[in-house]
Design a protein around this ligand. Sequence first.
Ligand SMILES: [Zn+2]
Length: 61
Amino acid sequence: MNMGQPLEFQASCGHLLAVPSYRVGQDVRCPHCHRVVPVPPPEVPYASAVPVPAGARNRPL
Ligand SMILES: [Zn+2]
């Protein structure tokens, strides 16, 4: 596991935040609205051997 890998998630306040992955499970302060929000675990772990079905994730690159 790469401890320095940035993790992007939509916080409970509605803003998109990027935090270091080691902060998963911790509380961080949203830089946009200054609320303290929890960091959820990533949806797809990098170590997962299960392939993501095509079309399941629509992330524009
Ligand atoms: Zn916010």
